[in-house]
Write a protein that binds this ligand. Structure first.
Ligand code: C5P
Length: 220
């Protein structure tokens, strides 16, 4: 069985997806990490993400390696790009700022989607992202759309970053989430939307446990 979860930034997909995967003994795969990795490499090697053709070429050749977490410091996976450990670098605000631009490039999406589909078709996977229920794995047996208000999502991101000792500003996080929501849901290729057969779960005011139980009940 394959479980596909989509939803806007910070709607709880990774926490919930990881818990579901653990409960079922499945692989947890966060596709956002791949778009973040391409964005990070583009910023490093090209200095910006403006040149669509150059970013697309990078996406086609870059080696993104996602492994189970090696440390118990809140990370959900170890992420390597061409031999560099980018686990935390891909969570930086400059990546947040540019990732939705990169993710809107059709050639980048094609390269990422192919790899994700290969992983998903092996089964026994919980895959999370923006287009998993609609484009990457439309045949998934369970399709979930996780939602929450933008204020609640900004609050969660703020607390997460603060706990990691980063300097954070709530208003900036809120604005950055709003911008990403807009870009992700209005792009031409594979925009974020609710699949017709997805179960919508609003996580406002619900604990992680409650959300996981709700989804497990639906799946069963
Ligand atoms: O999930 P996360 O916030 O880490 O994703 C980062 C960005 O990657 C999203 O804002 C979106 O632009 C892009 N993304 C995507 N399709 C996916 C996963 C992520 O376009 N399947």
């Amino acid at each position: 069985m394959t479980i596909a979860i989509d939803g806007p930034a910070a709607s709880g997909k990774s926490t919930v997806g990881e818990r579901l995967a653990k409960a079922l003994g499945y692989l947890f795969f966060d596709t956002g990490v791949m778009y973040r990795a391409v964005t990070w490499v583009a910023l490093q090697r090209l200095g910006s993400v403006e040149d669509e053709a150059a970013v697309t070429r990078l996406a086609e050749v870059v080696q993104i390696d996602v492994q189970p977490p090696s440390q118990n410091d809140g990370r959900q996976a170890d992420v390597w790009v061409d031999g560099d450990d980018v686990t935390w670098a891909i969570r930086r605000p400059e990546v947040d700022q540019w990732v939705s631009r990169v993710a809107a490039y059709p050639g980048v999406r094609q390269a990422m989607t192919q790899q994700q589909r290969r992983i998903g078709l092996r089964g026994k996977v919980v895959m999370i992202g923006r287009d998993i229920t609609t484009v990457v794995l439309p045949e998934a047996e369970a399709k979930i759309y996780l939602d929450a208000s933008v204020e609640e999502r900004a609050r969660r991101r703020y607390l997460e970053r603060k706990a990691r000792g980063e300097e954070v500003n709530y208003e900036e996080i809120l604005e950055s989430l709003r911008q990403r929501d807009h870009l992700d849901s209005t792009r031409e290729v594979a925009p974020l939307r609710v699949a017709p057969d997805a179960i919508v779960v609003n996580t406002d005011g619900l604990s992680v446990d409650e959300v996981v139980q709700k989804i497990l009940a639906q799946i069963n």
